[in-house]
Design a protein around this ligand. Structure first.
Ligand SMILES: C[S@@+](CC[C@H](N)C(=O)[O-])C[C@H]1O[C@@H](n2cnc3c(N)ncnc32)[C@H](O)[C@@H]1O
Length: 306
């Protein structure tokens, strides 16, 4: 690993945990050393909702299709003149994936353990990204301007209208906000998925969670300055060990080890038993659609900057 840490003074007052990772760009990354790192004591401190999900998140959540990153980068004509903010970066997957294509990446998350994971993943990937402890509520002019802001699976945790207003001041006129997500298409290979989600949901604790009837992100975006919406999806077949599906369940804030306590072991056992019915050699086929919802300003198109 080739990551050394330095502290940059620019945001020091506002965001004390800011760290700068140095390394070289344009190298493929692997996850090989991550598991050992993810279970180290270093990770178990800080913000409770996500803290216990971190090792399971990296092990079990679907990462975004590399071809989606490539298509988005081509669509937006990203170059090394552009800065990218990855808000709610978690283990940094989006910022790290875009790092080779832009001039600078700033990755922000309120959960220190997620930032530690992102630091490890970036070092492993040998890419340079800047990590900051903070949240949507901290956004302000001291962040500087960005051409692109990515938010992966995190917009629902934010005050969305307020975040969009704040981002309006930080995204360049011809820039974009991109919401990343993953969904499971209803194809025969995903036959295991319905039972899987039903079992995980039967354990989930919904206290303090997002109400299911909440407005969709598209509706909130249409009421904002970022109301020119384009969705791109890449559908892939992946082979996943069933143990990783247990990690996926424990990576959700509603069914994290912290939330479930001793029940998390029971959920893990039930999932392994249930998923083994669908497994071949301990794996299932997971058909995943990685999605990017690109939101830009309609007036930017009118004045010809898109
Ligand atoms: C499900 S993870 C997503 C991680 C990553 N972006 C991805 O796409 O895999 C959600 C992340 O949002 C972060 N988060 C929660 N509330 C936030 C807020 N108000 N502003 C920024 N990030 C937030 C959490 O700490 C967590 O790391």
């Amino acid at each position: 690993m080739d990551a050394s840490l330095t502290t940059s003074p620019a945001f020091a007052l506002r965001l004390p945990a800011r760290q700068l990772l140095t390394g070289h760009k344009r190298r493929e990354y692997t996850w090989s050393n991550l598991t050992a790192y993810m279970t180290s004591d270093l990770l178990f401190r800080g913000f409770p909702r996500f803290r216990s999900t971190v090792p399971h998140y990296v092990a079990g959540r679907p990462n975004y299709a590399p071809s989606l990153i490539w298509i988005v980068k081509e669509h937006l004509h990203l170059t090394d003149r552009h800065r990218l903010l990855d808000l709610g970066c978690g283990p940094g997957w989006l910022g790290i994936a875009f790092a080779p294509f832009v001039g600078a990446v700033v990755a922000v998350d309120p959960e220190p353990t997620m930032l530690e994971a992102a630091r490890a993943v970036a070092a492993e990937a040998n890419v340079r990204i800047e990590l900051m402890e903070g949240s949507s509520y901290d956004l302000g002019s001291d962040f500087g301007m960005f051409h692109v802001v990515t938010i992966g699976r995190a917009f629902h945790w934010m005050d969305r209208a307020d975040t969009l207003r704040k981002l309006d001041a930080l995204i360049e006129a011809d820039g974009a906000l991109i919401l990343f997500n993953d969904v499971h298409p209803d194809v025969p290979e995903n036959i295991w998925y319905k039972q899987y989600t039903e079992l995980v949901d039967s354990y989930a604790s919904r206290d303090g969670c997002i109400p299911p009837d909440r407005l969709r992100h598209e509706a909130v975006l249409l009421d904002s300055s970022f109301n020119l919406l384009v969705r791109i999806g890449v559908i892939e077949r992946r082979v996943v060990p069933i143990e990783r599906l247990v990690d996926r369940a424990l990576s959700m804030s509603t069914s994290s080890p912290e939330r479930l306590g001793p029940l998390s072991d029971r959920l893990a056992q039930e999932l392994l038993t249930q998923m083994s019915q669908f497994a071949t050699d301990g794996t299932v086929v997971d058909v995943v659609e990685s999605q990017a919802l690109i939101a830009r300003r309609r007036e930017a198109r009118a004045i010809g900057t898109l």
